[in-house]
Design a protein around this ligand. Structure first.
Ligand SMILES: CSC[C@H]1O[C@H](OP(=O)(O)O)[C@H](O)[C@@H]1O
Ligand code: ADE
Length: 291
């Protein structure tokens, strides 16, 4: 397939579409890893071709543990995506990070238990570097876009650690206190497997974490509930769309070279002739330039 979009957008809780998208069409993709969360929406954002996907499906019917992470990233790769902008709802783990604020994390802590977060195995062994799990260049573009917009009631926090928990239940107070003692900034349930798979697929990934609540650690705020989150989702979704639009324009203009774009260069241990043909076929969009 010829490249349809170099910029992908994955919308989380509250962000099920990009309202400014024009000339759009729905594209359903099949992947060796099953069906993606929904159809990809291909269209133009201020003249730039983008591919949008609703992470939990439009209608929000997929749990974080049920998300077809591999199919989603494989789908973006099939479409030719080189940069992936994620938007996610998160709880705050710091006093200074308040609901409606935006965090652009630069680190993750993995507290998931039942996710497949690699494309490899089954005859091919590869180990990507993941010390810096988001693309610094894309993160900078997102953070700069968020700051330049001067959004009302919103402070933008550059950098920070996102704890990715399994869910779907929210954390206990002991867990929330533990993550705070680790110095973490925000908590969510989706970003880590996505970031890892994006890196394996050599897609430069960064995330806009939009704060909905103070989780359950804050003595002056009620513990997080879905009702509380929904109260902030609409404003966050509006803000996310503004930031993403600005970031897409700059990304399209600059097209930065990211370390993520060559993540597999020295990562594959298995000699090419030993990799089973079915694996080569399944991973064709990822491996094409190495085969
Ligand atoms: C709606 S509350 C919890 C839910 O919201 C976040 O999803 P996403 O990252 O897709 O915005 C969080 O990770 C949970 O999945
Ligand atoms: N407190 C929280 N914990 C986990 N995921 C979340 N998403 C939004 N708020 C959250």
């Amino acid at each position: 397939m010829t490249a349809r979009a170099t910029i992908g957008i994955i919308g989380g809780s509250g962000l099920y579409q990009m309202e400014a998208l024009t000339d759009f069409e729905e594209v359903r993709l099949e992947t060796p890893f099953g069906n993606p969360s929904d159809a990809f929406i291909l269209g133009k954002l201020d003249g730039v071709s983008v591919a949008f996907l609703a992470r939990h499906g439009r209608g929000h019917h997929l749990l974080p543990s049920e998300l077809p992470f591999r199919a989603n990233i494989h789908g973006f790769k099939q479409l030719g995506v080189k940069y992936l902008l994620s938007a996610s709802a998160v709880g705050s783990l710091k006093e200074s990070v308040k609901p409606l604020d935006i965090v652009v994390p630069d680190q993750f802590i993995d507290r998931t238990r039942s996710r497949v977060s690699t494309f490899f195995g089954g005859g091919i062994v590869a180990h990507i570097g993941f010390a810096d799990p988001v693309c610094g260049k894309v993160a900078e573009i997102l953070a700069h876009a968020a700051q330049s917009l001067n959004l009302r009631d919103v402070d933008v926090h550059r950098g920070g650690t996102y704890v990715c928990m399994e869910g779907p239940a929210f954390s206990t107070k002991a867990e929330s206190d533990l993550y705070r003692s680790w110095g973490a900034t925000a908590i969510g349930m989706t970003n880590l497997p996505e970031a890892k798979l994006a890196r394996e697929a050599e897609i430069a990934y960064a995330t806009l974490a939009l704060v909905t609540d103070y989780d359950c650690w804050h003595p002056d705020h009620d513990s997080v509930t879905v009702e509380m989150i929904i109260g902030n989702l609409q404003r966050n979704a509006t803000n996310a769309q503004k930031v993403i639009r600005a970031a897409v324009s700059r990304l399209a203009a600059e097209q930065p070279v990211s370390e993520a774009h060559s993540a597999l260069q020295f990562a594959i241990l298995t000699p090419l002739e030993r990799i089973p043909e079915t694996v080569k076929e399944n991973l064709q969009p990822l491996l094409a330039k190495y085969l």
